[in-house]
Design a protein around this ligand. Structure first.
Ligand code: NDP
Length: 276
């Protein structure tokens, strides 16, 4: 059964599914089966990256699915070692070849890598690829407010998306505010904190109230704030359950109690200091 997944409208008018499927840390040889399960469950948006080493596995699942290209929303990301004008253009070509696609729906600069000072040059290359219609929307990932402001000041196109680490233990409020100020959609990576928040007592109590799982509570908390989410799972039952988010609604009080779980719970690298 295909679940109707809401979309958000990006700043260039492109519609992006609000729930997608992430494949970080899934080995290439397991990726085809995981993506096939996700497509069968109703996901149409898939989030991969050159550095994940599984674009070929994603591409195989897309090809075998028989789903029309214009029903899919495929995101990939440019790795730090490929930043810079010519490398970016070659990087997109390599991702497209591995995915077996002629265009991407969204291509992101994976990290700002501030010490390299290459993200503005890289952005200009993305702007050219966008103008050449090789990408339907361009965006960034892990950009802090200062990186975003600099990019917008020196580039011609405002990023459509900023994909950042975001879950109850790291709510990244300054980044969300900066994104909103510039009309950039916030997309949450590790929306489940890689599982770390699934035994939290507050979350479990809310789950009990609604007779849903802790994961569904967290994912619903994201959705009710208008964010895009890309939960990852290689477990078919979880892949299906992570899309069953539209039959219940959290109250304002419940949202507030999850908001109160914010702490310095970063699981990934710090974008200010990570340079690959
Ligand atoms: P998630 O927060 O999506 O958590 C994934 C983990 O949670 C896996 O161990 C999975 O287990 C488990 N899980 C998933 N659903 C459930 C469930 N319903 N119940 C219990 N456990 C569950 O972590 P990710 O780090 O994978 O983030 C999601 C996506 O974000 C990535 O796959 C990637 O596409 C993107 N990302 C982007 C980054 C960036 O720098 N831009 C960085 C990191 C991630 P199992 O698979 O065993 O079922």
């Amino acid at each position: 059964m295909t679940t109707a997944i809401p979309t958000v409208t990006l700043n260039n008018g492109v519609e992006m599914p609000q729930v997608g499927f992430g494949v970080f840390q899934v080995p290439n040889e397991e990726t085809t089966a995981a993506v096939a399960s996700a497509l069968k469950a109703g996901y149409r948006s898939i989030d991969t990256a050159a550095i994940y080493g599984n674009e070929e596995g994603v591409g195989q699942a897309l090809a075998e699915s028989g789903i029309a290209r214009d029903e899919l929303f495929i995101t990939s990301k440019l790795w730090i070692s490929e930043m810079g004008c010519e490398q970016t253009i070659a990087g997109l070509d390599s991702s497209l070849r591995r995915l077996g696609l002629e265009y991407l729906d969204l291509f992101l600069i994976h990290w700002p890598a501030p010490a390299k000072d290459l993200y503005v040059e890289t952005w200009r290359a993305l702007e050219k690829l966008y103008a050449d219609k090789k990408i339907r929307a361009i965006g960034v990932s892990n950009f802090q407010p200062a990186h975003l402001t600099k990019l917008i000041a020196e580039g011609s196109i405002v990023p459509a998306v900023n994909q950042v680490e975001l879950h109850p233990a790291l709510q990244n409020r300054e980044v969300i505010a900066a994104n909103a100020e510039h009309g950039v959609v916030t997309e949450a990576w590790s929306p489940l904190a890689q599982g770390a928040m699934l035994t939290d007592e507050t979350i479990l109590a809310i789950a009990e109230t609604h007779k849903v799982t802790a994961a569904q509570v967290i994912l619903r908390w994201h959705l009710q704030q208008g964010r895009v989410i890309i939960p990852k799972s290689v477990t078919e039952s979880r892949i299906i359950a992570n899309l069953e988010l539209f039959g219940f609604e959290l109250t304002g009080e419940e949202l507030g109690s999850i908001d109160a779980l914010d702490r310095d719970g970063r699981t990934g690298p710090n974008p200010e200091t990570f340079n690959g």
